[in-house]
Design a protein around this ligand. Structure first.
Ligand code: ZN
Length: 1136
């Protein structure tokens, strides 16, 4: 401990040993000052100054290097000098404005050190600082090559080994980069885009992972759901979902294979932090990235917003300390249609929820998965129960084994109907390292896909019968409170500006429901609303027993009136607690507060006011400061509690034709995100059972209800409540053939209307698409009564208003320009859809969404990785043998990450050495005696080839293009075709992206099949590869076209089925991974065919008869069932 390093000053540790407390502190400090004046040096650093600070027990110290360059100035404070030097705490903060993150970590960690005399504390501090600025360890790393067996200790950085050669040039942290490269390549293989951003100053970095939103929409999340969650997800071109991971403090890897922080990470108190947002590029610009990961992480903020944010957090705290807390208007975030800045990073409606989930739970959930071998869902249950009961996870696991296992089982069931992202932890060995960016991003995508099944605030699984289209909160009071008061839900301001008519409609419906006594569940309870004393209720109103009535004050006169109103406690603000009201009083309070609100149009104008740069944006509350906070909060509740998608239709492509312009048209979607898929399946099934349904698969019908009921109908799902109730024509959802039938009895206008309403709704019906099998309905006359709710898909909300819009605002005068190719729903002449007996024409509801997706798809530009990322991709793990790696092919990669997919099209191939960057594919001159392609042979074999697959998807097309380019480049760059072992005839490429023809050749000449082929002069085995629209999530189908192999039952082998398909686990749902690339699979197939065990593959006698497709499919299914493998979904469609 008493190592003076290179100090030239003799130090006597026992000199002040007789002193204690403050006197000892002063004596020790004076000694240090003398030592400093004498030139105290240690580990190449000099204590250039040390002096007493302003506060008692504090001192300032300055450190410089031996050349006199200032390194660090810090203030130290002894907590309680009377405890010195045995049990005090030593605090430290830096006096330098911009300190590197590593030095900051050292400064922060001083307080964690044991109590000791100043000299020892300073010595230890010097050691840490010297270590942190040492050139040899710019980034801490546990490198692959150092071997697992050497244990943790060998990777620990040893300060004492430092020499003081601080002037040396910084060496490249190659081990970090090569590990990052491996992790990046894996992420690319999962079709994600990784990114690296070095923080200026050089010792820390931020990682990003992204996916284009359009790719999510085409493979994982129904586009209708994405649109409902946040319109910006698909309404803006080239949007990427981006995850930023920060807090590494330059350390990589930062977590160990069990999911806990590495020792280095712990020493520097590294803590991961996650940000989720949208960017036009695969990663946001440097400034935006830095801004996003700053402590409070607000993306577009100014100083005033920052203060408000702080106030909010404090209020939140207060709410739970003190139930009387007053509502504080949350930070207003108006998202404007700003000019496209490609470097931006925007929050969207789910950013906050996903960030808090990742920050709070991700690492814990990973740790539980690794420790107990659970899946995501099981580990989440374990995590949530462990937190809730504050018990050890082992105990919870024991007590809840079944529930935890069930959660995992349920998720694998879900995985059959819902596309879930590939799980990087599945099948990962206990000691295998975790790919942090890939795992975190997969987890994010998984939770995004499942977001409607979890509470958006506390992240626990929702236990509701009805799954809404949009994510929502559970019924805990804390969650509701945060959702509505902390702006955790959708942005109200965004809705006002961009969805004005819908907001107006929602408020009008809520007003009607409240005034006409129909508003019950849900009610804005738990939000801390404070409203005026309701006073006596109007005569005749039903008085429900008040809940949670506080006891009457002693001596109060319990007169009749007092029983209903006086029991309410009026607070110092002159208001009462909303939650204490009876339900009729609540309804009255709600309509009263809504009546005070300005019109939505006025709010929109206010929010769109221009403000000077640097000034905070206009806030709703400023519109009328005399309004109670409760009015604004009820307003927010009305809009943000609606989990259906309601948007006014303004596009001619979607407007129903021949409809009275007094009916406004809104797009309406309700129910779980995958409802559309279930409906499509039901329609598909119907077309097979009825010839009429084959021609007219769907019919359209109306669902009507009095206006006052619609507030709750759109919140509970249209059908959810009506199915169970027994009624005249049986149990089910009642749908009318003519709009006026369902409206008939209710057509009279409402008694009440919100005075500032602009839509003034009087009648409301939903128009739904229904599977056209009336004979299977519970009843079809006079109404349709449908029992199976998956047979109904809501499309429109039609609203009749009592007042027309001002001129020019009427929907009928809006752009009625129709897109060419606009499709209309084929209406069954037997099941006409009418409004007041007038037939209407309905545009195909998929048309608009499909065109939107096509547009997004067409705009996709494959962004090229920037220089910073290319450094990682270009890194050659074997720098010594640079020139040899060229053209080696993927399977020979030495880093063990052989199945890398390609990254970039026309830029450098990262698997090659960095320089020179070839702009065009490298075509390598092949040896003269190489295998040669025979186009006549292939052409003959393809004569009777079946049609290519008919299903496609943008996600699969994108992945296939990428894969195809990579293969062709690999083929061109191969030193010889013989070495490559396969060949893609270029003349057949481009025929159809979803069907490839590949030849396999150059088998080991000593094996029987090679001898057979040589004897019969067969140039190659010709394969057809067919890709499903779900590729790369689902495997492609490989089959041999020719030659025919000897079947297993006749003594053949080589894993070729009787039908010419390949019997391998990796081509089934069980074994396939989206990260597999086609050359790697071809290599596996070649190995299987070459395998002599149990019997070698041979040609059949009739080897010239090509295999048929049906044969291959039957063979594959037979083989899969023999082995218990799962045949991929949709395989039959793929090969028909
Ligand atoms: Zn919750």
């Amino acid at each position: 401990m008493n190592d003076d390093g290179d100090s030239h000053f003799a130090y006597d540790p026992s000199k002040n040993a007789n002193l204690k407390g403050r006197r000892r502190f002063k004596a020790d400090l004076e000694d240090m000052q003398i030592m400093s004046a004498a030139g105290y040096t240690m580990k190449g650093l000099r204590l250039s100054n040390i002096e007493a600070g302003e506060d008692d027990g504090s001192f300032n110290a300055a450190i410089e290097d031996t050349r006199g360059k200032a390194i660090l100035t810090a203030n130290f404070l002894v907590s309680d000098t009377s405890e010195y030097p045995k049990s005090h705490s030593l605090f430290c903060h830096s006096l330098d404005p911009d300190l590197s993150s590593r030095l900051e970590a050292i400064v922060e960690s001083v307080v964690e050190q044991p109590a000791r005399p100043i000299k020892e504390a300073i010595d230890s501090f010097f050691g840490s600082v010297a270590g942190a600025i040492a050139p040899k360890a710019p980034i801490y790393v546990k490198s692959d090559s150092e071997g697992e067996d050497s244990g943790e200790e060998s990777e620990t950085y040893d300060y004492d080994d430092m020499d003081d050669d601080l002037g040396a040039a910084s060496s490249e942290p190659k081990a970090v980069l090569s590990l990052l490269q491996a992790n990046f390549i894996d992420a690319v293989a999962s079709s994600y885009k990784p990114g690296f951003t070095r923080i200026s100053g050089g010792d820390d970095f931020i990682l990003s992972v992204s996916i284009p939103v359009i790719a999510l929409a085409s493979s994982l999340i129904p586009p209708r759901a994405l649109t409902a969650w946040d319109r910006r997800l698909l309404s803006t071109s080239n949007q990427h979902l981006v995850l930023l991971i920060s807090g590494f403090r330059g350390i990589y890897p930062i977590i160990q294979s069990d999911g806990t922080y590495t020792e280095d990470a712990q020493r520097f108190s590294a803590t991961l932090s996650f940000k989720v947002g949208l960017s036009p590029q695969y990663k946001p610009g440097y400034e935006q990235t830095r801004e996003a990961v700053r402590k409070h992480g607000l993306i577009i903020t100014d100083a005033e917003d920052e203060l408000e944010k702080q106030a909010e957090l404090e209020k939140e705290q207060e709410y739970w300390d003190d139930e009387e807390a007053e509502y504080v208007e949350p930070v207003v975030e108006v998202v404007e249609e700003e000019p496209e800045d490609p470097t931006r990073f925007d929050k969207f409606s789910l950013s906050h929820s996903m960030e808090s989930l990742l920050d709070q739970s991700f690492l814990k959930v990973v740790q539980y998965r690794r420790k107990f071998g659970l899946g995501w869902a099981g580990a989440e249950v374990l995590h949530s129960e462990t937190e809730k009961h504050q018990r050890k996870p082992e105990d919870v696991l024991q007590a809840m084994k079944k529930a935890i296992d069930d959660a995992d089982k349920e998720e694998s069931r879900l995985g059959r109907t819902l596309a879930l992202p590939h799980d990087p932890l599945a099948g990962l060995g206990r000691n295998e390292p975790i790919n942090l960016p890939l795992t975190a991003f997969s987890y994010l995508i998984r939770r995004l896909t499942l977001c409607t099944k979890y509470c958006i605030v506390c992240h626990n699984k929702l236990n509701t019968d009805y799954e809404a289209l949009k994510p929502y909160v559970c019924d805990s009071k804390l969650c509701s409170y945060q959702y509505f008061t902390m702006n955790r839900g959708p942005s109200l301001e965004y809705e006002i500006v961009h969805n004005t008519k819908t907001v107006d409609l929602l408020v009008s419906l809520a007003y009607c429901a409240a005034s006409e006594g129909a508003l019950d569940d849900p009610l804005p309870i738990g939000l801390g609303l404070r409203v005026p004393h309701p006073g006596p209720l109007p005569a005749g109103a039903y008085i429900a027993p008040r809940r949670l009535n506080p006891p009457l004050p002693h001596g109060a006169d319990p007169s009749a009136e007092a029983q209903t109103t006086n029991a309410l406690e009026i607070g110092p603000d002159g208001l009462v607690d909303f939650d204490q009201l009876s339900i009729p009083e609540m309804r009255a309070a709600i309509s009263k507060q809504i009546d005070a609100l300005p019109s939505i149009e006025a709010m929109k104008k206010h929010l769109q006011k221009k403000v000077r740069a640097g000034k905070s944006k206009p806030k709703l509350r400023e519109m009328n400061t005399s309004l109670l906070p409760a009015a604004w909060l009820i307003f927010r509740w009305v809009v943000c509690s609606c989990t259906a998608l309601i948007e006014e239709i303004i596009s001619g492509n979607e407007l129903i034709e021949d409809l009275d312009p007094n009916w406004r048209q809104f797009r309406l979607s309700v129910g779980a995100p995958d409802a559309e898929a279930k409906f499509k399946t039901a329609v598909q099934a119907a077309t097979g059972t009825s010839s009429n349904a084959k021609t007219y698969p769907v019919l359209y019908a109306f669902h009507g209800s009095p206006l006052r009921n619609w507030h709750s109908i759109v919140r509970h799902g249209l059908w959810y409540r009506s199915v169970a109730n027994g009624r005249a024509f049986g149990d089910g959802v009642y749908l009318a053939k003519d709009a006026m039938t369902s409206m008939g009895t209710y057509a009279s206008g409402t008694r009440t209307a919100w005075k500032n309403s602009q839509s003034n709704p009087t009648n409301c019906v939903a128009l739904a698409e229904v599977v056209n099998l009336p004979e299977k309905f519970v009843s079809s006359n006079p109404h349709f009564v449908v029992a199976d709710t998956t047979w109904i898909m809501c499309r429109y909300l039609l609203i009749k208003g009592s007042s027309l819009d001002p001129v020019g605002e009427n929907p009928s005068s809006k752009t009625l320009v129709k897109s060419p190719g606009l499709r209309y729903v084929q209406i069954d002449p037997k099941q006409k859809t009418t409004v007041a007996q007038k037939p209407i024409q309905i545009p195909d509801p998929d048309f608009q969404l499909e065109s939107l997706l096509h547009q997004r798809q067409a705009e996709v530009i494959e962004p090229s990785y920037d220089d910073e990322d290319m450094v990682i991709f270009n890194l050659d793990p074997n720098a010594e043998s640079q020139s040899q790696s060229k053209g080696k092919g993927r399977e020979q990669q030495s880093n063990g990450y052989g199945d890398a997919m390609d990254v970039d099209d026309d830029d450098a191939d990262y698997r090659l050495p960095p320089a020179p960057k070839p702009k065009a594919p490298v075509v390598v001159e092949k040896p003269a005696d190489d295998w040669k392609h025979d186009s006549d042979y292939v052409e003959r074999a393809l004569e009777n080839l079946m049609l290519p697959p008919f299903e496609s998807s943008p996600g699969a097309s994108m992945a296939l293009q990428k894969e195809l380019r990579a293969m062709l480049r690999e083929q061109d760059a191969a030193r010889s075709f013989r070495e490559l072992g396969w060949y893609m005839p270029p003349e057949l490429v481009g025929d159809n992206l979803y069907r490839w023809v590949v030849e396999m050749h150059s088998f080991d000449p000593d094996i029987p099949i090679a001898k057979d082929m040589k004897r019969e002069k067969i140039n190659s085995i010709i394969f057809e590869i067919r890709f499903p629209p779900t590729y790369p999530i689902a495997p492609p189908f490989f089959r041999i076209i020719t030659p025919r192999f000897l079947p297993f039952i006749h003594g053949g082998g080589g894993h070729v089925t009787g039908g010419g398909s390949i019997c391998m686990d990796l081509l089934t749902s069980n074994g396939w991974l989206p990260s597999y690339n086609i050359p790697a699979v071809l290599m596996q197939i070649k190995l299987a065919i070459s395998n002599l065990d149990p019997r070698p593959a041979r040609l059949a006698k009739n080897w010239q008869t090509p295999y048929s497709v049906s044969e291959s499919l039957a063979g594959f299914k037979r083989a899969a069932s023999t082995h218990g493998w799962t045949v991929p979904d949709g395989l039959d469609r793929l090969v028909r």
